[in-house]
Design a protein around this ligand. Structure first.
Ligand SMILES: [Zn+2]
Length: 417
């Protein structure tokens, strides 16, 4: 079948219209805030369900963690599914595209196949998750983890700042929390999970590319570093006799910046620096700082952590500063599936562009779904790399490219590639 039959001229336009409609649904007047299991989340879930039905899904259900699932059957009933999805919750004062783009992308794909009444050798399921931003409850990707069968036991007891538990919020939302732990899909029923998402970084824009293929979701290591020197009078202690903890910290910050850039895909940040006692006329005696180190490959990230820790100890030793480095968070990277990466790259090629691969610095539902099935992600350029902000912006042209790439990918996937 010719590609022209699959690609509707209005894919990008339809997606933008759906994104606009969703971005009007908020818990707060004048700005977009749609927290998990809120009234606005409920209205957005209902609208997404309507969009799924209108696009041609054969069935639309909401699961017991509030995930809206639209299914477009394959040629045979009960075929395993290719899942396309993302989330419809937002941060407070959010932009219009983070999450929802991946949901409307899935809806657009169903719409395209339905328009020519084409059935694939597998089903397509579009999933609109509700708990990705983890703003309201101290949970972590609970709706996608439920589908993956890895929902943590204590999830239902987590409470928001008003003391409302996830369990009670689910009941109010129309869900049955007793079924929360039986939502996990069987591996044989899910072929792969593909998520279209705004990049949330500036790389695609800098390279003048509409889309990029994600290689992995970065792993992260975090450390608390405390430096202890000697406080003293800023006027009387000669420079040669000082043990200035802040000067030591300054040197460490620059070393982190330099060593974080050795590999092109790692990033390293000192985001917090507390100076004690913090007075204009006192030599700083103590500094507490944080390290946030990320990368798409665990071995490379672990090596970077080691090199940075060694450098920091060396700098402190030379300056006579006591140093303590405490690990408090380590998360492995989530590599994207090779078949999905290659398939997306091939699709980009076929549409006359050069594929570009990049890691994801932020977490996504794909991380949770990776426990269930092969996952892949397609990033879309966003203006200035800005996200979690009302200034978040994408163009209709770029969204159109992303949808065409995804459509080509699905078509290719159906041929067994
Ligand atoms: Zn997101």
């Amino acid at each position: 079948m010719k590609r022209s039959l699959f690609t509707l001229p209005t894919m990008g336009g339809n997606a933008m219209a759906r994104l606009d409609a969703l971005s009007a649904i908020s818990d707060e007047p004048g700005r977009l805030t749609r927290l998990y299991l809120s009234a606005a989340h409920r209205r957005a879930a209902d609208l997404v369900a309507t969009m799924m039905r209108d696009a041609g899904c054969d069935s639309v259900v909401m699961d017991d963690l509030g995930t809206v699932i639209g299914r477009y059957e394959g040629a045979e009933p009960n075929a395993p599914a290719l899942v396309i999805g993302s989330h419809i919750d937002t941060v407070r004062d959010a932009g219009s595209y983070d999450g929802t783009l991946g949901v409307v992308a899935g809806i657009g794909i169903v719409e395209s196949f339905k328009a020519i009444d084409h059935r694939l050798p597998f089903a397509i399921e579009v999933m609109a998750f509700g708990d990705e931003e983890n703003v309201r409850f101290p949970t972590n990707l609970s709706s996608s983890r439920a589908v993956a069968g890895t929902l943590p036991e204590n999830t239902l007891d987590a409470r928001d700042e008003d003391g409302i538990s996830v369990r009670d919020a689910l009941v109010a939302f129309g869900c049955n929390p007793e079924r929360a732990f039986s939502l996990g899909r069987r591996r044989e029923d899910v072929l792969a999970y593909v998520e279209v998402h705004i990049e949330q970084g500036p790389v695609l824009e800098a390279r003048d590319l509409p889309v990029g293929v994600v290689t992995a979701i970065n792993g992260a290591s975090r450390r608390r570093v405390s430096l202890q020197g000697m406080a003293g009078h800023a006027g009387t202690v000669p420079m040669s006799m000082r043990r200035d903890a802040l000067a030591c910290a300054a040197e460490i910050v620059l070393a982190v910046e330099r060593l974080g850039a050795v590999d092109p895909h790692t990033v390293a940040t000192v985001g917090r620096l507390l100076v004690h006692p913090g007075a204009i006329n006192v030599i700083p005696g103590g500094v507490a700082l944080t390290l946030d180190l990320r990368g798409p490959a665990d071995d490379i990230r672990e090596k970077m952590v080691e090199v940075i820790e060694t450098a920091a100890r060396g700098i402190a030793d030379r300056r006579g500063i006591d140093i303590i480095i405490e690990p408090f968070y380590d998360a492995a990277a989530c590599p994207c599936d090779e078949r999905v990466i290659i398939g997306l790259e091939r699709s980009i090629h076929r549409l006359g562009m050069s594929p570009y691969a990049l890691p994801s610095g932020a977490g996504h539902d794909a991380m949770a779904m990776a426990a269930l099935c092969p996952v892949g992600m397609l990033f879309v350029r966003c203006a200035g790399g800005i996200s979690h902000n009302p200034a978040e912006s994408v163009t209709e042209e770029d969204v159109d490219v992303a949808l065409r790439v995804l459509l080509e990918f699905v078509r290719d996937f159906a041929e067994g590639n």
